[in-house]
Design a protein. Sequence first.
Length: 342
Amino acid sequence: MTSAVAGDFRPHRVAVLALDGLLPFELGIPHRIFGRPRDARGRHLYEVVTCSARPPGPVETDADFAVQVAHGPEALATADTVIVPASYELGPLYDEGRLTGELAAALARIRPGTRLASICTGVYVLAAAGYLDGRPATTHWADAERFQRMFPKVKVDADVLFVDDGDVLTSAGVAAGIDLCLHMVRRDFGTAVANDVARRTVVPPHRDGGQAQYIHRPVPDPQVATTTAARAWALGRLHEPIQLRDLAEQEAMSVRTFTRRFREEVGISPGQWLTQQRVERARHLLESTDLPMDQVARESGFYTAQSMRQHLQAALGVTPTAYRRAFRTGGAERQGAAGTRR
């Protein structure tokens, strides 16, 4: 883990496991997201290395080129986090749900307690290795049903962009890997660091809803009213009581029509979305101000410190006090202790 003590600094080491048939876009996501964060002294907070399950050399992609990987499976033994991007040539893993001897030997090098993550069909690797038995996980919506049949012990959620189950995280397909990696940066070093990475990468720091909003849905007719204005209106008033009818009135819709349209566009209910935004507002205030807890609760729309505590405990797995202690005083100099769950 990264240390804040002068002379004892070590960046969090991320090993990206490249398998034949990998998608170049997804391989690049961890390097882009984790390669950006720096502390106040300009030191990289992460060290990212790409490795193969076999000795260093070329790894085939699903494009018309290969990538030259400089590290073999020994890199997995020194990682704090191991990420498995998608691959379209998983062979017996994809067809039968079992690891090859080479891949099993490589995974055996991972130290106990290492954080594991997958992007898209990389989840097959974690599932076949037994890391997901009895645990929640996700993958690309188009592959979720097949994945569930092959690994019935896994609790598959095909609606979300990613699942954080503490030491094992999984994401939906392709660009959801960006959401997952930003989430891990936010969990490790706080909202301010993650938001800075998002700005530099020109992506939203947090996408509303889940992959359900991308499943078999046509592009909205520009003549049809949306809920965009209502969401913008609410974001400017998170500290005020906001009822569902208030949101519907902003779009001149009935509550029923607004609720249906909102879920179609965002993928979750208006109430769930409001809670998410208020949690994010509370996180920002806890990180960037010394306001008393009661005031943070009022400013973020939770009204009481007890209510805010309950919502942050449910969303982040830590109390507001613990969150502030982890990210307000140490900032990017220290590794966060918040075990965020989603």
